[in-house]
Design a binder for this molecule. Structure first.
Ligand code: PLP
Length: 469
């Protein structure tokens, strides 16, 4: 499988190189040159497979030529073996033909484990084969950091540095990062805000001299392998609800457009999907595009669903690429004008075509809490605020009651106690057994000033399993 850039200028890469690359050299994102397509019979024959075997069938075409089948199977069995539920991604019925796909049974209780548990193992596999090491530097305000650390903790060839804003992440989120020890794991609390952290990561990619030749890898959702891993659970959900003979709809709590883009790919690979609902919080750039054909940046608001607090959605470029007939030059022009002017619309026909599949809703904090309270009163289930936004949007945008509606349950509610307490159902919260002692564990973290030189000096001092690079 070959991968091409959405902006048409960067060289095409194979899977292995795409895995080790962040942004393409022309500023674009990598996508498969040709998407695999499965027949209905093929998909139907996968019913009842354990999750890791389904994952093998769905993802195999993407890694062909880079990872032999037997090795890939073994990696997948290990990856999804760490999930706490035997079904890996169980479906829970909320209402008539309405289901939550619980994607929070991984080690850090958010859907990001599906991709980052796999990414860590794939990196280590490829690096061992090449005899290379890499450094990961990421910034987090929450879920990504802990999932990335958990995904890389056993990697022999990866050192991971996660920056978080000092005293500005929740206790659960911080402890999920700082209680994991290893000589290749480095938590840095930066005396600044999340934007400062992100800026320092960006600048480190731009100027890598401090790494003394060691390669730097991105773990945010621009990394293709993360998107790839998320395609699988759309197939998994559909197969449990009568697919592919029957079409299914999905409502997806959305920030950077990675998770829902995976659903779009699943459909293009042959899975019958009726409707994809973009569920956003007050940071609603995607809702404004889907409802009014305006892609315009606005100020960032802090909400009760912080993992969806974004101004622009990096993966949306991947959809725009398809929307424009996969013309890299057109996309480069569009993204350039976005950077300069702060907004654009697409041609009416292209937008109308996109709207055949996508619907959207922006949900306020008050509505999020109402939904959590309402679902708890009717079912006894406690939803996390992101999932609640998905439920609210599903109910508002649903086109057909005969088509099963699946809401992606993106996090466990214990990760976001503030919203759950505001909704008045906080008493029902309990840490899952594998994390029940989270608040008794020791923490390890280095506090550093908000200064790029200080961060980079720390990385080069510790980037080789705690030793200097
Ligand atoms: C990351 C995250 C999202 C948003 O996912 P995207 O792929 O960025 O759209 C939603 N909910 C939770 C809990 C998350 O951690």
């Amino acid at each position: 499988m070959r991968y091409i850039s959405t902006r048409g200028q960067a060289p095409a890469l194979n899977f292995e190189d795409v895995l080790l690359t962040g942004l393409a050299s022309d500023g674009g994102l990598y996508v498969p040159e040709n998407l695999p397509r499965f027949t209905q019979e093929e998909i139907a024959s996968w019913a009842g497979l354990p999750y890791h075997e389904l994952a093998f069938r769905v993802m195999r075409p993407f890694v062909t030529g880079s990872i032999p089948d037997a090795d890939f199977k073994k990696i997948l069995e290990e990856t999804y073996g760490v999930f706490a539920h035997s079904s890996v991604a169980p479906l829970r019925q909320l209402n008539g033909n309405e289901w939550v796909l619980e994607l929070f049974h991984g080690p850090t209780l958010a859907f990001k484990d599906f991709a980052l548990q796999l990414l860590g193992r794939l990196l280590d596999y490829v690096l061992a084969k090449r005899g290379e090491r890499v450094v990961i530097i990421g910034a987090t305000s929450g879920d990504t950091g802990s999932a990335a650390i958990e995904g890389c903790r056993k990697c022999d060839n990866v050192d991971i540095f996660i920056l978080h804003p000092h005293n500005r992440v929740s206790d659960v989120q911080r402890r999920q990062m700082t209680t994991i020890f290893g000589d290749n794991i480095h938590n840095i609390a930066v005396e600044g805000n999340f934007d400062d952290c992100q800026e320092m990561v960006k600048n480190s990619f731009a100027d890598q001299g401090f790494l003394k030749g060691t390669r730097l890898v991105a773990v945010n959702s621009i990394n293709w392998a993360r998107i790839m891993a998320q395609i699988v659970y759309y197939f998994h959900a559909s197969l449990q609800l009568g697919g592919p003979a029957r079409s299914v709809s999905f409502s997806v709590p959305t920030g950077n457009f990675g998770d829902i883009f995976a659903g779009y790919l699943a459909r293009n690979m042959g899975l019958p999907i009726n409707q994809l609902i973009v569920a956003t919080n007050r940071n609603d750039i995607l809702h404004r595009f889907m409802s009014g054909n305006q892609y315009v940046k606005e100020t960032l608001h802090a909400t009760l669903s912080p993992s969806m607090d974004i101004m622009v959605s990096s993966n949306f470029e991947r959809l725009l690429f398809d929307m424009h007939g996969r013309n890299g030059a057109t996309l480069a022009g569009l993204m350039d004008s976005f950077k300069q002017g702060g907004g654009f619309s697409v041609e009416e026909e292209r937008w109308t075509e996109t709207r055949k599949l996508f619907d959207s809703l922006a949900v306020s904090d008050a509505e999020t809490c109402e939904t959590i309270a309402d679902v708890f009163a009717k079912t006894g289930e406690v939803l996390d605020p992101h999932t609640a936004i998905g439920v609210k949007a599903a109910r508002a945008c649903r086109r057909s009651l005969d088509t099963p509606m699946v809401i992606l349950g993106t996090a466990h509610p214990v990760k976001f106690p503030e919203a759950v307490e505001k909704a008045g159902v906080g008493k029902a919260l309990e840490l899952p057994t594998h994390l029940s002692d989270l608040f008794e564990r020791d923490e390890r973290c280095t506090v550093l000033p908000n200064d790029l030189k200080a961060i980079q000096a720390f990385v080069s001092q510790h980037g080789n399993r705690g030793k200097p690079l």
